[in-house]
Design a protein around this ligand. Sequence first.
Ligand code: SF4
Length: 303
Amino acid sequence: MIENLFSWSKSTDEKFQDCPRKFYYDKYLSWGGWETSSPRRTRAAYVLKNLKNRWAWKGERTHHIIEQVLKSMRRGQPIPPETALSNLTQMMREDYRSSRERKNWQDPKNNVGLFEHEYKKNIDDAVWKRVHDEAAACVRHFYGSDLFKELAAEDKSGWLMIEDLEEFQFDGAKIYVKLDFARKKDGVVEIIDWKTGKNGSDNSLQMGVYALFASEKWKLPLERVRASIFNLTSPFPVLAPEPLSVELIEKARGIMSKSIQSIRELLEDPVKNIPKPVEAFAFARRAEICDRCNFYRICEKYC
Ligand code: SF4
């Protein structure tokens, strides 16, 4: 039996900040829902937890294709751009179809479920097409970039990570991080984050967590860690360095500690990660959060 261990990630914090009840459904109610024999409500929470809206889906599929491209490149089997683009189209088409047919309710692990289908949002075909076209443009921009040429030409032995899920300990919690790409170059670890949506969000917590992780993982002083955003929506993407500093790390530590503490206050047994009764987890106060919530269908606020 897999244990439901206490863990934290930036997205965990976002869910908790959005709505503690959503966090409860995501972390506790859904636990075990991967078993087809699980109780109905557990199964439903698990299926709903795995829904993606169209923007997240676009980002995830673009990341997935770039991951394939880089991993093949590392094996010495480069994928031509037209193949990568056709893989993307095929994958998104299959996702779209299986989501529309609600196959995710039979097998949520192997079938994408789209939020817009689950909640019967009236989305024009032209909008869906645009989602695909934007993902394809990101892949094309990646292939056309100087970074791509540099990666293709360089010695791959310095590549450290491609979409690997990693963890480290902080305040007694497992902290999950997934780096899009990391390499060692001239004695410096360089972390690169692919962006596939609008830029403008505050990346400081993400970067602070990366810096903390990198200093633990590779035992490097901060001056030998670099982090950059690579905005794939730009036709000519370039590495945009993000400032890493001791202050940034301290700020990230502070946010993480506070977030972990607030979550633990809602646990009956923090060591065993057993939550208090569901009523302890408040509902979101703002209706617009509920409008885009995966768990709307099963939430006690509405049923
Ligand atoms: S529907 Fe609203 S209150 Fe219910 S879990 Fe979602 S965000 Fe929270």
